[in-house]
Design a protein around this ligand. Structure first.
Ligand SMILES: [Zn+2]
Length: 121
């Protein structure tokens, strides 16, 4: 089984609904977001999927989140924008794009260098 991953860092503001602690207040993160695809076979160039093809769709989705206040986006209107929910949001957005040999495996969101959440189906 092969796996390929791409990562990108975006800056967002958020606050967690009803959380008892500092994260209830408006604050920001430089989220490092990693998407991973997997598959069994490679193409004639020895690639599972062209990084450029993943990057196109991944960056397009993350550009809609970069430098936003996550709580104001429709996706998080009634959903606390935790790292877990952000990972699921990016996963579900990416799921619409299919690649011939590569299946979407998971999305990981690093809220800090040492705190991360992963979503997979
Ligand atoms: Zn936070």
């Amino acid at each position: 089984m092969f796996e390929v991953s791409i990562e990108k860092t975006i800056a967002c503001a958020h606050r967690l609904f009803g959380y008892c602690g500092p994260c209830e207040q408006l604050h920001g993160h430089n989220y490092r977001i990693v998407v991973t695809y997997q598959g069994e076979t490679l193409d004639q160039y020895g690639m599972l999927v062209d990084f450029a093809d993943i990057k196109k769709v991944f960056v397009a989705i993350l550009d809609t989140l970069d430098h936003t206040y996550l709580n104001e986006l429709p996706a998080f209107k009634d959903l606390s924008p935790s790292a877990e929910n952000l990972a699921r949001y990016v996963y579900l957005e990416l799921k619409a794009t299919k690649f011939e040999r590569a299946k979407l495996s998971h999305v990981t969101v690093y809220e800090t260098p040492t705190q991360l959440a992963t979503y997979r189906e």
